[in-house]
Design a binder for this molecule. Structure first.
Ligand code: MN
Ligand code: MN
Length: 232
């Protein structure tokens, strides 16, 4: 949604495409701008959580590579954007979620509260025969950790589009398609752990971030599904 490219000169909107997810990296913030992936039940299997947090070797060599210990003692969790639990088909798939380009400093009460609740909800939708397009990221600046290297976001946001399993996805999206998001404050107090307390329209996340999500969907359909308040 940000017109990211793989040109190293584009250092604050640098596209990184992996088999498991794609992201736009922000060198100045040392976090992703957004991370995007598709979730369906084929991605969920028996691979155990790898916990192999490590610098991402795919970053340009001259750039600072965030390491696991950059978050140590910061008071913030290593907040997965693409969650470990969404990539358990194989050990390499799960391990890819522990590359430090997939993390932002996340308040524990956010990460372990509504954020986790919504990750679980999305996996439930997948287990019920849906495929879900997910885009998520940080927004804002509440200061830094790691000696000024990593920016702590003000909020974390997510948008999802849900369709039943099938092929030719774009052609199956219509004005009835379910699309919505969440915005969660990354500072206390957190208003309970239920993700529905944080539910917003896709339009609200577009307004927050300046991105145009789901922009391959014809404009008239996109406008309808992005402004509709989810009630499920
Ligand atoms: Mn998490
Ligand atoms: Mn849009």
């Amino acid at each position: 949604p940000s017109n990211a490219t793989g040109n190293v000169a584009n250092e604050n909107n640098y596209l990184m495409v992996k088999p498991q997810y794609s992201l736009s990296y922000n060198r100045s913030y040392a976090t992703p701008n957004w991370v995007a992936w598709r979730l369906d039940s084929t991605w969920v299997g028996g691979a155990p959580r790898q916990d192999d947090y490590r610098p991402d070797p795919a970053l340009p060599a001259a750039w600072y590579h965030v390491a696991d210990n950059d978050y140590s003692g910061s008071g913030y969790d290593r907040g997965h954007m693409c969650p470990s639990g969404d990539r358990t088909r194989s050990i390499p798939d799960n391990s890819a979620t522990f590359l430090m380009t997939n993390f932002v400093p996340q308040l524990g009460a956010n990460n372990q509260g509504p954020w986790n609740d919504f990750e679980n909800y999305c996996r439930t939708l997948a287990s019920q025969g849906n495929e879900i397009y997910i885009i998520t990221g940080p927004s804002g600046n509440r200061g830094t950790i790691a000696g000024g290297r990593i920016v702590v976001p003000n909020v974390t946001w997510k948008v999802v589009l849900v369709i039943p399993n099938g092929s030719n996805d774009l052609s199956r999206i219509n004005r009835g398609t379910r699309a919505f998001g969440i915005i969660v404050n990354n500072f206390p107090p957190i208003n309970g752990n239920a993700w529905r307390n944080y539910r917003v329209t896709v339009d609200a996340v577009e307004y927050l971030t300046g991105y145009d999500f789901f922009n391959q969907i014809p404009k008239n359909t996109q406008e309808i599904i992005e402004r509709r308040r989810d009630k499920q």
